[in-house]
Design a protein around this ligand. Structure first.
Ligand code: FMN
Length: 323
């Protein structure tokens, strides 16, 4: 399969409707996004954990490593967001994928230079606001997703359909998808492209500690949990000592201050950079249980495209041979 045509592939100027999701640390270096973009998907650099100077260096490395479109994922709540956005604007980043903050203040100047603006939303209400603000597309994921899924625990299957009932701009869906069969399923639901995080976490190029990858690789589909539900902004990650401690704290109705202190005693950085998979936040989605090897990202892209092809042919075949 050479190309796949959807509104998202047209908008993003990519060959396949596949996005490598922005993942703090894991995709905060150039290698992973460059490999995905070079293979016909959209590689996404995660700016979240980077200081401006480091971000500029990594972004320049990415620009040197691919001539294909790529995206930058930026949390707008960050104190340095304005400087990060200036650096992105100066380098004419082709695709901005913004989360945790409103797009209105920035949209016009990025549209002026031809950038595509995609807003990450977690509810229908925010999807409507993003559409009204004039963004080009939205990303919607369900509770299966690694990282920060919506607090309402609604599945990808239901969330995506609900958003599609009311939204007309292209929807990029994800959460729980690790292979081409899942991509075909979300395209069939009405999504224009699919983003995969956990699958790309388990690649050679993802920049997290080997112990992190091994722990996620060993996990089955029921081995992740939502951690920190009491905050309303839970993290989906592997059930480890830290997660158990949080559940204990919830059972014991710990005070808000003590609960906050406990929650903050564990970070994604501890797991991703130091390899502390017992106490760090080992962010990963339910689809960890669907991945059985660590591969180069280009091989992952090859397999995803092949499976997507098989899945779509299977459905076509069923239509033509009803019995
Ligand atoms: C290790 C990890 C780090 C993540 N960091 C970010 C981030 O910095 N910004 C963001 O918008 N989403 C982040 N996410 C969420 C992903 O962008 C994506 O929505 C999610 O991984 C999709 O679900 P899946 O893991 O089931 O494929 C992260 C996810 C993981 C697994």
């Amino acid at each position: 399969m050479d190309h796949f045509h959807t509104r998202a592939t047209q908008l993003l100027k990519i060959r396949y409707p596949i996005l490598q999701a922005g993942m703090s640390w894991a995709s905060s270096s150039a290698a992973l996004p460059a490999a995905v973009s070079n293979a016909g998907g959209l590689g996404v650099l995660a700016a979240g954990p980077l200081y401006v100077q480091d971000f500029c260096r990594v972004l320049d490395e990415l620009r040197a490593a691919t001539h294909q479109p790529y995206g930058v994922n930026i949390p707008l709540y960050r104190p340095q967001a304005a400087e990060l956005l200036d650096a992105m604007h100066a380098r004419r980043v082709p695709v901005v994928i913004a989360s945790q903050g409103g797009p209105k203040a920035h949209l016009a100047r990025f549209h002026d230079i031809g950038s595509v603006w995609i807003q990450v939303v977690s509810t229908l209400e925010h999807a409507r606001k993003a559409q009204d603000a004039g963004v080009d597309a939205i990303v919607v994921v369900g509770t299966e997703a690694g990282g920060h899924p919506p607090g309402n625990e609604v599945s990808t299957m239901v969330t995506v359909r609900r958003v599609l009932q009311d939204i007309s701009i292209p929807v990029i869906a994800g959460g729980g998808v690790a292979d081409g069969w899942g991509i075909a399923a979300l395209l069939a639901l009405g999504a224009e492209a699919v983003q995969l995080g956990t699958r790309f976490l388990l690649t050679d190029e993802a920049t997290v500690h080997a112990a992190y990858k091994d722990a996620v690789l060993a996990a089955d589909v029921a081995d992740t949990v939502l951690i920190g539900k009491r905050h309303g902004l839970p993290v989906r990650g592997l059930r480890n000592q830290f997660a158990e401690k949080i559940f204990e704290a919830e059972d014991q109705h710990l005070s808000d201050d003590a609960y906050d202190a406990l929650f903050k005693s564990s970070t994604l950085k501890q797991a991703a950079l130091e390899g502390n998979v017992d106490w760090g936040k080992v962010e990963a989605g339910q689809s960890a249980g669907l991945v059985h090897q660590i591969q180069p990202a280009a091989h992952v892209m090859h397999d995803l495209i092949h499976e997507l092809d098989m899945a779509t042919r299977r459905i076509h075949h069923m239509c033509r041979h009803p019995d």
